[in-house]
Design a protein around this ligand. Sequence first.
Ligand code: ADP
Ligand code: MG
Length: 207
Amino acid sequence: MIISFEGLDGCGKSTQIIKLKKYLESLGKKVKVLREPGGNSISEKIRDILLDKKNLNMVFETELLLYLSSRAQLIKEEIIPLLESNHIVLLDRFIDSTTAYQGYGRGLDIEVIENLNNFVTLNGKYIPDLTFFISLDPKVSLNRVTTRGEEINRMETAKFEFFEKVHEGFQLIQQKNPNRMIKIDGSLEPNEVFESLKGKMEKRIKI
Ligand SMILES: Nc1ncnc2c1ncn2[C@@H]1O[C@H](COP(=O)(O)OP(=O)(O)O)[C@@H](O)[C@H]1O
Ligand SMILES: [Mg+2]
């Protein structure tokens, strides 16, 4: 089973993934968390190129194809073997981030992106069983990121309007995929967010 987490930086993905991993492990499940872009040595190198603040001249097409390259490698090298060995795979960002950031945010053709996502997921065979979209006001997200104390990367140097467009994009993607994507209110306390997420998950899928 694949479960992905989506939403703006700072919305609480990593926080909730840790909680869900612990919970699933307490039920005796084998769980693996993978982050996008990254997760294996080739994808981590691609991640470095994508997030390096020196690469401010990167064109949007390059950015898109690098994310897709990283994803192709992650799926074949990591996700497929994990699924075959009965793991639940928790993904920190996946296909919807590309549609939201490079499509709705950067303005690249949504249909091209959907086709590329379809291509690397082997005709949709490896799309998530469930996706949590943690929805949070872009101002609040940005504020959490700047107070988290980590250095800002290239993707995070964009203007505020970019994050607003990405946020809108996530809403639209969720509306288009209501069966796969569950919207979660990220403005509550971390434990409340988790209780809501767990309740909604257990209604949708049998763990
Ligand atoms: N529900 C929440 N309410 C308030 N702060 C939160 C909440 N969830 C996470 N945080 C804090 O906000 C920051 C970003 O959270 P994080 O889980 O790293 O988000 P993401 O992985 O989506 O970027 C962290 O400092 C984290 O401790
Ligand atoms: Mg995170």
